[in-house]
Structure formats: C-alpha cells, structure tokens
Ligand binder design. Structure first.
Ligand code: ADP
Ligand code: ZN
Length: 749
C-alpha cells in the first residue's frame, strides 16, 4: 500500500534523488504525478515536481539506529493540475539517464519558465537613455576604467535610440540587471514597462503556397514520408539535399498529411533561421501555427503553451526547446538544418534536440525527418547503417545552379603581392564585378572585433585577460580590449602591462577590420556588419536583413550569423575571408565544421538564375575539407572523414562523455579530475573504452577558475551508459570544485 501521507518530489537541482515530504489529506487528493509543489528546501522554498507516492518503507535515508527524521511538509500544491503527463515524465526520465542530470532538472526543462513561474506579465521591461547622447558618451568614457559593465550598457544604448528590452540589453552587455538599475538610479537611463515591444512574427503575413510541381526526387521522398505517416508507426528519415533543393516543400506536404490524420507536427529550426520569412511560409499553408521563440513575453508564452496542449495548434515551430511542446498527438517532427550545433543545449540538461526528437517520436509512434545539405556524420552513418532511412535530393530546383567555388592560397597571395591584405586580389575582383552588375555580395569572417590579439613588440607577450587564460580581442568601436569567454572589457592600454613597452601591435583580423577593408576596396558600397556586437536584438537583425532583401544594401559582412539559411536571390558573390579560423582548431570535428561552413555559405550564392561565385581564402588550400567543399562533394567528404575518425577512434565510431572539473585551486580541480578518471578506468570493461586525461581544458582558466577535463571514449552506447551511471553518483560539488558531465559533447573547449 502506498503511504497516503507522503509524496516524492524531484527538484530542479543537480541531485539525483527524489525527496519525501508530508502532505495533508486535501493535498494528497489534489496531487497527481506531474503536478508541481512548493516545498521547503534548506533555508528557502523551491518549486518541484510530484513524481509519485512512496511506500512507507522507502523514505529516503533513515540511517540505521538514527531517529527517523521529521518529514518536512509540502507548502503548496501549484497550478490547476499537472503540467506534465505520464509520457512527458517518462521522456524526462530518459533525458536524465541519458544526459546525466537529475530527473528534476529534466522535468523543469520540459516546461517553459514563463509557464512554470505562473507569471502573467504581458509586458517587458524596456530601457532607454534619459540623457542626450553626448552626455551618455561622456559618462561611458568616465565609467570605462572601473565600471566596464555600466560603460558597455551606455554604449549599447547609444546605438539604439529607441531603447532596448532589458533582457536583450543585459544579454548584449553580458551582465545582470543590477548595473542597469544602478544607471537608472543615477538618472542616465529610464526603465519602463512596455507591452511586448515587437513580436517579430505577429506581422508575418501568410505567404500563399508557391505553385510548384514537385520534381521526381521530391515526389519520391514525399511518397516515402507519406507511407510512413500513413502506417501510423515510428520511422526516422534523413533528407540530404543541397540548399534550395526543395526540402521545405516536402516538409509542408508531409505536415499536411499529418494534420489530415488528426495529429500535430513540431518543426525545429535553429533560432537564427526562425525568421518572419520562414514563419510566413508555414502560415500560408496552415491556419493554426504556433511559434515559440525567445522574444515572447511570459504571458504570451503561457498562452501559446496552453493552446498547444489544448490541441489548438496543428504546427509548432521553434528552436530546440520546442521539442517539448505539449502537442496531444504528435505525428511528425521535422528538424531542419539537423547538423547545427544549436540543437545541443550547453547547460543542464545538456540534451541534443535531435536525439530527444527521435526518442519522443519513437515513444509516440511518430515520424522524424532530419533535413540538411551537410548532414552530421552521426546522422549520415545512421542513415547508412540504420535506424534512419536516407532520402536524397540531388539537385537544386528550377534553374538554380550550384556556385563555382574557388580556393585562394593566402600564403601565395602574400608572397606575390608582398602585402598582407585581408582580401585577396581575386576576391576583390569577384565582388567588384558583382557590384558593377548591381548584384549583391556577402563576406564571411568568423571572428569578432578588430584585432584578434594584441601583441607587445618589445617583450613578445600578448595581452591576456586577468581572469582567463586567453588573449583578449581589440574592439575598436569602444576602444577597449574584450575577453570573449568571460566578457570582461577594459580600456586598451597604452603600454604593455608586463614590460612597459609602448609598441602594442594589433594582430589578426576580425569583422571590424574587415569593415575597413571593404570601405577601402569598394568605395561607396552600401554595407552592414552583422555580428553579436553589432546586432543586439532580433529587431536589429531583422532590420538589416530587411534592408538587404530590399537591396538598399549591396554587401553584408559578418560572422556565422550570416552563414545560415538566408534566401537572397541576387547574392552572386560570397567570400570566406578565412577558412582557417575553424580549420586550425585542435578538435576532431574541425574538418566537419569547416566543410559545413563552406557548403552553407556557398548555399547563399546563386540561389536563383544568376550564377554565383564563392571565394574561400585559406593558408591550407589542399585541406580535404576545402577540396571536397569546392566540388560540392559531401559524400566524398563524409567517406574520407568517417575513415579518419574510425582510425583515431572518434565519434560517431565511439561515444564520448566529457567531464569538466573547475575550481579556484588548480590542484584541487586536478585531484578531483584524477579521481573521476580512476573511477572510470577501474569500473568499465577495459577493452571497451579509453579515458583521456585528466588534462587542462583548452581554455584552462575562465573567471579565475581552473578547468580540468576527462574525456571518456566508449566503444558503444551500453558502455557509455555504464559510465554515465557511475558518474551520476558523484557529487556535483566537492572541496571547492564543480563537476559537469557532458554526454556527446558538441565541443571540447
Ligand atoms: P530547401 O528547403 O531545400 O532550401 P525550398 O523548399 O525552400 O528548398 O525550395 C527553394 C525554392 O524553390 C522555394 O522558393 C520553393 O518554393 C521553390 N521550389 C521548391 N520545389 C520546387 C519545384 N519542384 N519547382 C519549382 N520551384 C520549387
Ligand atoms: Zn576573461
């Protein structure tokens, strides 16, 4: 018999056990698993999840001989009913076991914070300058030395005359809201409550479906999907089709079939491709489309969530967390650009939306479609060995042809010209011709700032962050040096802090320096820069893209922000200013990332009738990733890369678990990492794994905390699971160190 007076509660903290609390009779009647409760925890209250009703005998840890502990009581039963049903609770349990987090953390990840907090706020806080620009600029200068966050906030607001939502402002300034409040107190800015500033999608008018006759390849792919949907069982597909090969036309038709069968579809896209253009296209086909995106107010999010749960949305579009959308009868999940890193969450629970999609669909007997021009090696192999099925769209639709890709050897270029120009002669020529034809160009450089390092010509040292083991980047816009890992910004020093030398040289090029090169090579060109320093919120991003789409701009330059699924028919020249930024990193996915990058940016060129040219600048012109990308040969690249990974035992031929131990004491962190490594080495079958480390992480210190890592390579999934089981028993905090476990890590920095 379950004990009617107690309840098991999981809390969103990294502790793997459930806690037992006492309930009143009334509370017991109200409670079902999946409903939230407020409970006392330590000195405070916390909201957690009712997960069941334990038997009297299995209350947690009554130590032998000790007096049975007095149970604490549930303070309140929350919400009108359960927020999660049994299926979602089971899925959360799977996530906890798979990604080594607590059940409570996984449960909380399944429901958006706005729904959980019960917030009904229909407004967002909005900040704008309260003083004239010159006054704000003077204040920013005064504050630059000591109060860098406040200084940064003022500078950001100077670039946004109409102000910014506070949450966008703090994200852009990488700070909490306390410096914003301080500035308000000092009268430099005002904070007001505003109805949602701009819902970028509210105005996305439905775009009528294009009148297209599907190609044979499209028909074939659609037939396979439709058959799977009609069968009512689970199946997974990978659609490999270059950009503009007509994948979305297939998704739309498959979704229609699902809706006709009375089921719902979830469409996952990388946050950056969640554009009004995309949404308008889906709205043209379907009436009841819910869009989950980061700009929603809590009240709006809550309403959407309840609409979805009530079956009042047929299609849900959103970034990775939309995989938890509570649709009542899931029929299809589409994951577009499945290779994208942003599907992996970088904080607990560190899940991958692709794996969660496959698991949720398996449990719901639903179909999953992954689509991309550049499949991840994981999906590619799964499509050849199972369980995925491969569907291929070999060509661009209509008259669109793939652009010509030229690789420029920048070492040669420097020798020939005796100069170190950022843009090669060939790239300048290609862009000039494009502009002369009144067509558009995109230049891509995956490094922010002006100079990527500051170097002392007297002592040979580079300027480093005081708290992190990385060199700082010079940002000309603010006259400061910035540490990218921790966000600390300080004025550019006049002298070398080590030797006092005055000759500080700025090396390496970022997007700010590229701006100069563009101005001097293409006088009079109308252009904009897109990177996270220039684009602080969704609206600035949409504004620039809108202007580019209307051809009020001739050229866009920026970081990976511009490399993603944008569709601009008159872009006929694309330059990759340096492919080396991604190629030279010591990471087993470097070649894959570089191939994807070049293939994706190449996808920007020549999307309509005009032929496109892509120029890739590199100091490694013979690198296989570049040579294959230049030939648009994904299959050749995948075969070579897969063989290489197999030879060196990297995924997808093995499965990784990365453990990072961070602490103020380098020794303590190292010792703890050593224990983790020993634990794994002794507990796992010796032939089925190897353990790398402990070693310092590539970025060995961030915010004054030393970082050590242990990387487990398991031969297969069962061994990986066994390791996770061991690791979950370790305490996340011990002796001043924090331990994080990342399963199938997306990077190893
Ligand atoms: P992808 O999702 O692979 O990038 P889309 O489905 O967006 O490709 O197709 C690119 C463009 O080509 C869209 O404007 C689409 O309407 C159009 N299109 C797709 N399939 C066809 C076809 N069979 N005939 C003509 N136009 C098509
Ligand atoms: Zn730092």
């Amino acid at each position: 018999m379950p004990d009617l007076s107690v309840v098991s509660v999981c809390l969103p903290i990294p502790v793997a056990t459930a806690f037992t609390y006492a309930v009143t009779e009334q509370q017991r009647r109200d409670l079902v698993p999946g409903r939230r409760v407020r409970v006392p925890f330590g000195p405070r209250s916390m909201d957690g999840w009712c997960v069941g009703f334990p038997h009297a005998g299995d209350r947690d840890d009554p130590r032998p001989g000790a007096k049975p502990r007095e149970l604490k009581a549930v303070e309140a039963v929350l919400d009108d009913g359960p927020l999660l049903d049994a299926a979602m609770m089971d899925l959360a349990h799977w996530i906890a076991e798979t990604y080594a987090c607590s059940w409570g953390e996984a449960l909380s990840a399944c429901v958006p914070a706005g729904v959980r907090s019960g917030a009904t706020s229909a407004t967002v806080l909005h900040a704008r300058l309260a003083v004239p620009d010159d006054e704000a600029l003077a204040a920013a200068g005064r504050l630059a030395a000591k109060q860098t966050k406040r200084s940064r906030i003022l500078r950001i607001l100077l670039e946004h005359p109409e102000g910014l939502a506070v949450r966008d402002l703090v994200r852009a300034a990488q700070c909490s809201d306390s410096p914003v409040k301080t500035l308000a107190k000092h009268g430099l800015l005002t904070i007001t409550d505003r109805a949602i500033a701009t819902d970028p999608f509210a105005g996305a008018a439905p775009e009528p479906p294009a009148d297209v006759t599907l190609s044979q390849a499209q028909e074939g792919a659609l037939a396979a999907l439709s058959a799977a949907i009609a069968s009512g069982g689970h199946a997974g597909f990978l659609i490999h089709g270059v950009t503009s090969s007509g994948k979305t036309e297939i998704y739309l038709r498959a979704i229609r079939t699902v809706i006709e069968a009375g089921r719902q579809a979830i469409v996952l896209v990388p946050e950056i491709s969640l554009t009004p253009q995309t949404v308008a296209r889906f709205r043209g086909w379907f009436e009841r489309v819910a869009v989950l995106h980061s700009a929603l107010t809590d009240a709006e999010r809550r309403r959407q969530w309840h609409d979805i749960r009530g079956g009042r949305a047929d299609v849900v579009i959103g970034p990775r967390s939309a995989i938890f959308a509570p649709v009542p009868n899931l029929g299809l999940v589409v994951l577009d650009e499945e290779h994208e890193n942003s599907f992996k969450q970088q904080s607990a629970p560190r899940y991958h939306a692709r794996e969660v999609a496959l698991e949720r669909a398996r449990r719901a007997s639903a179909v999953v479609v992954l689509g991309t021009a550049t499949p991840s090696l994981e999906s590619w192999i799964a499509a050849h060995r199972g369980p995925l099925r491969l569907l291929t769209l070999p060509a661009r639709v209509g008259t669109g042809t793939l652009p010509k890709v030229e690789i420029i050897d920048m070492v040669r270029e420097t020798l020939d010209t005796k100069r170190r120009d950022l843009l090669s002669r060939r790239l300048v020529q290609v862009v000039k011709r494009t502009l002369a034809r009144k067509e558009q160009a995109i230049l891509f450089l995956n490094r922010r700032g002006f100079a990527t390092s500051v170097f002392c010509s007297r002592c040979g040292g580079t300027l480093r962050c005081r708290r992190c083991s990385v060199s700082v980047t010079f940002h000309r816009a603010h006259g400061t040096v910035l540490c990218h890992p921790c966000g600390e910004e300080r004025p550019m020093p006049q002298q070398c802090p080590d030797c006092g030398g005055a000759g500080l040289a700025r090396l390496g090029a970022g997007t700010e320096r590229l701006e100069d090169a563009v101005r001097s090579c293409f006088p009079g060109v109308r252009f904009a820069r897109m990177d996270s320093d220039a684009m602080h919120d969704r609206s600035s991003y949409d504004r620039v893209l809108g202007a580019f789409g209307r051809r009020e701009l001739d050229l866009l330059l920026g970081t990976q922000m511009i490399a993603k699924g944008l569709h601009f028919p008159s872009v006929t020249a694309v330059g990759v200013v340096s492919a080396d930024a991604s190629l030279l990193v010591p990471y087993f996915r470097a070649a894959e990332r570089t191939f994807q990058l070049v293939a994706q940016v190449a996808g920007r060129a020549g999307r309509s009738t005009a032929p496109g040219t892509v120029v890739v600048q590199t100091i490694q012109p013979r690198h296989p990733a570049l040579l294959h990308a230049a030939r648009h040969d994904f299959e050749g690249f995948a075969a070579a890369e897969s063989a290489e990974r197999a030879r060196y035992h990297w995924p997808p031929h093995t499965r990784l678990v990365r453990v990072v131990v961070a602490g103020r004491s380098d020794h303590a962190a190292r010792d703890r990492a050593q224990q983790v490594a020993d634990e794994l080495r002794t507990s796992l079958p010796p032939d089925a794994h190897d353990v790398l480390g402990p070693a310092h992480c590539p970025i060995e210190r961030v915010r004054d905390r030393f970082r050590w890592q242990v990387v487990l390579r398991a031969a297969d999934e069962p061994v990986q699971r066994a390791a996770i089981l061991r690791l979950r028993r370790l305490s996340p905090k011990a002796r001043g160190t924090d331990l994080t476990i990342d399963v199938d890590p997306a990077d190893l920095t």
